[in-house]
Design a protein around this ligand. Structure first.
Ligand code: FPP
Length: 252
């Protein structure tokens, strides 16, 4: 009986066998390879980033259609400030342009925009656009697109430790109150479950400071595809692979 039920929840979506009852709740993506994509085509890096923004659209659409609850995308890391000023400005411009162009449509599709990371270091116009997008979509209950901006896992943990110390000094928190649940509650991602699946594009096999605490038990999936070439189909391929894995969370 159980086997019959399990089979019936598997649907062919774009050629992939997807168990619609086991869709990961939260997928995190390290969108790598914009620069290499551009270089391969003898184009400026800026055009690689622009193509990278275009790729986000398709992935959001697929995520939303198949019922993923949270999609975290690593758009600007705390280490990205080391890039040439011109490239940083391009990324900021693209972010503003993306939000201005896409937010109404995302809102119509019940998507909620959230951010993690310390956006206070961003130019004011960028901050305003981010805050406007978050406010407009805050009551939506469809897919949550969680954009990591000036985000680093170590920076997030450092800020979290500071917040907890402040509670200890000023608000009567005692050391025995500190446990994983409490630490979670002070992270930028406090209202978001841990990623089930972390995807990294462009053939690099590292976390690069993304969601260090949260990815403790995430399944990792890597592809050689550069981010601008990544589509909803690749996402479905990753989900199909993910669904074949056995997650034990340290148990047996
Ligand atoms: C990696 O490519 C990508 C990034 C540094 C950030 C991703 C940014 C975008 C997709 C565009 C902006 C985002 C939004 C949400 C509007 P890379 O430059 O490291 O590529 P490389 O390793 O091949 O040089």
């Amino acid at each position: 009986m159980r086997a019959i039920k399990d089979m019936s929840s598997i649907k062919k979506i774009e050629g992939f066998d997807i168990d619609i009852e086991k869709i990961p709740k939260h997928i995190a993506i390290i969108m790598d390879g914009n620069g290499r994509w551009a270089q391969k085509r003898k184009l400026p890096r800026a055009l690689g980033h622009r193509a990278g923004v275009d790729a986000i659209r398709d992935v959001i659409e697929t995520s939303s259609n198949i019922g993923i609850s949270y999609l975290s995308i690593y758009a600007f890391s705390t280490e990205n400030w080391k890039r040439p000023q011109e490239e940083i400005s391009t990324l900021m411009k693209l972010l503003i342009e993306y939000l201005r162009k896409e937010v109404k449509e995302l809102h119509k599709n019940n998507v909620r925009i959230n951010t993690i990371g310390n956006i206070k270091k961003f130019p004011e116009d960028v901050q305003n656009e981010i805050n406007k997008a978050k406010e407009l979509t805050e009551h939506n209950n469809g897919l949550c697109v969680n954009i990591a901006l000036n985000y680093g896992g170590r920076d997030e943990i450092t800020r979290t430790v500071k917040k907890i110390c402040n509670e200890f000094l000023n608000d009567g928190l005692v050391i025995d109150d500190i446990d994983e649940k409490l630490i979670n509650a002070y992270l930028d991602s406090s209202n978001i479950p841990d990623p089930d699946l972390l995807i990294r594009t462009s053939g690099e096999y590292r976390l690069s400071n993304f969601l260090l605490w949260q990815c403790a038990y995430s399944e990792l999936w890597f592809t050689e595809v550069h981010w601008p070439d990544f589509t909803g189909k690749h996402l479905l391929q990753a989900i199909e692979d993910f669904q074949k894995r056995q997650r034990r969370f340290g148990g047996i």
